[in-house]
Design a protein around this ligand. Structure first.
Ligand code: HPA
Ligand code: ZN
Length: 334
């Protein structure tokens, strides 16, 4: 099954580039930037990755990203991710990043964006992986800060294809950012939002009705509301599900209880993603492997997830068709 997953063409649509920061690279860049990390070693840092909820992770995630200072740092971070997934039959990536996590500590908007973007351009050339960049607003910050961030993005529509919403979900409902997302839509950005990771189904409904999202990031708690499930099925709203993230952050207690099989049975348009692979113990293929067992190692189910990843991507229909055809071809040969 590992070999099958390895060769299966797929896209990744829910990936925080700052969440790919491996401890080894973090120590290397800390040294390059003359920063002392509050951990003695790579092992000590690994040991700190023990989370019982989203906020535990976010605290360490923001501390980790503070090592990123120069355009080269962002390039190296993104390049390391691309090198990894180029060996996983990943054909397209839509990458999140958190501009406020950098601008607020004195790193310019352009430094982060240009570093990430140039690595992705190089990755497209070298690995034939197409890409999009989605900037996320930090929802624990206020509306004014999000507006300011959106303002900075307007000069970079050639590089940023969409806006999203991440960070601490509870107490920060999508409604807090209704006006910012209205402006982002007017400016032509694609719209996504994290909703229903820890937050209630009402947050998913707000993301749909108020932010007018095209995909829901996570969406697990939709299963508590059958009318919402019916709507998500009918409208085929993509859910960017992240299995290893869910168990690591205790959104799901055990992989054998992960709701993915139920989601697929209900007809929800789910697909698999790695979220923050350096922190959650696995990149994209390891997330497919993690759910393979609960899907009875059904190759058709895994192929459906891969097809969903392409048909949920912000790509022209012709590109989606081409990538889906790669899955079809792969399936006739296995
Ligand atoms: N949820 C919310 N915010 C995040 C996440 C996540 O899984 N990863 C990085 N920021
Ligand atoms: Zn996420």
């Amino acid at each position: 099954m590992k070999k099958f997953i390895q060769g299966l063409p797929k896209a990744e649509l829910h990936l925080h580039i700052e969440g790919t920061f491996e401890p080894e690279l973090m120590f290397k860049l800390a040294e390059r930037n003359d920063i002392t990390l509050p951990y003695e070693s790579v092992e000590a840092l690994h040991k700190a990755y023990d989370f019982s909820q989203l906020q535990d992770f976010l605290d360490i995630y923001y501390q980790g990203m503070s090592v990123l200072r120069t355009e080269e740092d962002f390039y190296d971070l993104t390049w390391a991710y691309l090198e990894k997934v180029s060996k996983e039959s990943v054909r397209h990536v839509e990458i999140f990043y958190d501009p406020q996590g950098h601008v607020d500590r004195g790193v310019s908007f352009e430094t982060a964006l240009n570093g990430i973007h140039s690595a992705l351009v190089q990755g497209q050339k070298e690995f034939d992986i197409s890409f999009g960049i989605i900037m996320c607003f930090l929802r624990h910050l206020d509306e004014d800060a999000a507006f300011e961030t959106l303002e900075s993005a307007l000069a970079h529509k050639d590089k940023i294809i969409g806006v999203g919403l991440d960070s601490s979900e509870m107490g920060h409902p999508p409604s807090k950012f209704e006006r910012v997302f209205a402006k982002a839509r007017d400016e032509g950005f694609h719209i996504v939002a994290h909703a229903g990771e820890e937050g209630p189904p009402e947050y998913i409904i707000e993301a749909l009705d108020l932010l007018k999202v095209e995909r829901i990031d996570h969406g697990n708690t939709c299963l508590r509301d059958s009318a919402l499930v019916e709507r998500l099925v009918k409208e085929q709203v993509p859910l960017t599900v992240c299995p290893l993230s869910n168990t690591k952050l205790c959104v799901v207690d055990d992989m054998k209880n992960h709701p993915l099989p139920e989601m697929l049975k209900l007809g929800l348009k789910a697909m698999i993603n790695s979220d923050d692979p350096a922190y959650f113990g696995g990149y994209l293929n390891e997330n497919y492997e993690a759910v393979s067992g609960i899907l009875n190692n059904d190759k058709d189910a895994l192929a459906l997830l891969a097809r969903n990843s392409f048909t949920s991507a912000f790509l022209p229909q012709s590109e989606q068709d081409k990538l889906v055809a790669e899955v079809d071809r792969y399936m006739t040969n296995v």
